[in-house]
Write a protein that binds this ligand. Structure first.
Ligand SMILES: [Zn+2]
Length: 489
């Protein structure tokens, strides 16, 4: 063997063992996740007063440097949490949209990982090569009322030029003072996004934003693309096919686009939907695993060898998902039968403190929906949609209704029960039949975009399925992913 060949083999061995180590690190992160998951942040509607005590704990830890770098309009602290001694700065910020908390939760999981005594070698490697800077929950006022915009009513992600919001100004100031090499811009997206032309939800979507209208690729943007290709491979392992790529049209007012322009390799991560994961805790785990793996790859420089041509191979994001899709139902209108597909969104309505929610569903499309997909789909050929009936007796309370066996009422074609006394402020019940007030007039059954989906699916003239507040219930087995029916006054 020539020394040339030997050198080549040695080189390959080093590259592959590095790759092997990274792979092991990633799968270990995945399998041990439960140990680091921050238990106090287990629901999406988290508030600033829940993360502040966790930040205070980090202040007391000499490994971290915690600085209040700004305040929201309502005066909540914006904290920058830094760790590491390396020459490469990595800046991560989350929740500039108040109702997009998944990555904020993952950041606190990452803090638990960093403060633990485990993964010593990998952590040493990360912290001697990098300085990590986290700014979790950039829009705490929005989070307080679980809304996208800040208290000024603006979208902070369109404030990168005007800089009218203290939150946006803080982000700009911190970016400039760090002049970070990498920036992770962490968001949530609608759960109705899918990977183009597939029924797979876009559980994670990526973008290396353009810095000009020409969508040029310089080294700064190319590095962001390489890290995205790396993270995509990881997500594919745990959620195959469930990754989307955002359209890279230049948006001159957005932070991601400008941060790329200002010289920080900007990586947008959007957490979308995942079947049967309404609180997005599996997605939070995927954030934790993929972000930490990306950080490790940046620390050891391995991402540099990734070809950017793989970036364009990630399928584009599309928005073609329904929570429930009913195919080929028979609908009778003015004595004639028509075939309709029906698409339903199970929308969330916040409780008064914005800490809880219930669902109030709507028909969002009907007709030929053959290019759309559902988290849940029913092949409805041979089923006729008919309106539900009102139970003939008026009951005293919702409690009495629950004692009636609502499933049996549905089997007899009833979808509403009238109740004498409905407690103030109550909007839903957790059993599968709608409650109506004394004077409520049930609208004539008409399938239309915008209506609340309440109807019976008959097979040969007999109730076979019920759709109550947009949730499908199998009347034979009694099964379904039912969450709540509505109280209508
Ligand atoms: Zn967002």
């Amino acid at each position: 063997m020539t020394s040339h060949k030997l050198a080549l083999i040695l080189c390959l061995l080093i590259v592959f063992s590095g790759y092997g180590q990274e792979k092991d690190f990633t799968s270990n992160l995945y399998s041990t996740y439960g140990k680091y998951k921050e238990p106090s942040l287990d629901k999406r509607r988290i508030k600033h007063n829940e993360i502040q005590p966790l930040i205070n704990k980090l202040s007391a830890n000499p490994k971290f440097k915690v600085t209040v770098v700004g305040k929201s309009i309502e005066g909540r602290n914006l904290s920058l949490i830094s760790i590491g001694t390396g020459a490469t700065d990595v800046f991560l910020w989350s929740q500039m949209h108040g109702d997009e908390p998944t990555a904020t939760q993952a950041i606190f999981d990452i803090f638990n990982f960093l403060t633990s005594g485990d993964f010593k070698t990998e952590k040493e490697n990360i912290l001697k090569n990098l300085k990590l800077h986290f700014l979790p929950m950039l829009n705490p006022d929005g989070a307080e009322v679980y809304q996208r915009r800040n208290t000024l009513g603006i979208d902070i992600n369109r404030d990168a030029l005007a800089l009218q919001s203290p939150e946006g100004r803080t982000l700009k100031r911190v970016r400039d003072s760090l002049d970070a090499d990498f920036g992770f811009n962490l968001h949530d997206q609608s759960t109705y996004y899918n990977a183009e032309r597939t029924d797979k939800p876009a559980t994670i979507s990526y973008l290396a934003p353009a810095f000009n209208y020409e969508k040029d690729i310089n080294e700064v943007r190319a590095n962001a693309m390489k890290v995205i290709v790396y993270m995509n491979k990881i997500i594919q392992k745990y959620a195959p096919g469930q990754v989307g790529r955002y359209n890279d049209d230049f948006e001159p007012r957005a932070f991601g686009d400008n941060i790329q322009k200002w010289g920080t390799s900007a990586i947008l991560i959007e957490s979308g939907g995942y079947k049967s994961d309404p609180e997005k805790q599996e997605i939070r785990k995927l954030n934790y695993v993929s972000i930490l793996s990306a950080i490790y790859s940046i620390a050891n420089g391995n991402y540099k060898n990734i070809p950017i041509s793989d970036y364009d191979k990630i399928p584009e994001n599309d928005r073609k998902l329904f929570d429930l899709k009913l195919n080929n139902l028979t609908y009778n209108l003015l004595g004639k039968n028509y075939t309709l597909d029906v698409g339903i969104h199970q929308l969330e309505i916040d409780g008064t403190s914005n800490k809880t929610y219930y669902n109030s569903s709507r028909v969002v499309d009907q007709g030929d929906l053959s290019t759309y997909y559902g988290y849940e789909t029913l092949e409805g050929k041979g089923f006729s949609m008919v309106g539900g009936k009102v139970y003939p007796k008026i009951l005293a309370s919702t409690k009495e209704v629950s004692q009636l066996k609502p499933l049996d009422l549905l089997r007899s074609g009833f979808t509403y029960v009238r109740v004498e006394n409905i407690p103030k402020g109550e909007n839903y019940v957790t059993f599968p039949i709608n409650i109506i007030g004394k004077d409520y007039k049930v609208p004539e059954f008409k399938m239309r975009v915008g209506v609340i989906p309440n109807f019976i699916l008959q097979e040969k003239g007999k109730p076979r399925y019920a759709v109550i507040n947009g949730f499908l219930i199998d009347l034979k087995s009694g099964e379904g992913n039912f969450k709540n029916a509505l109280i209508l006054r």
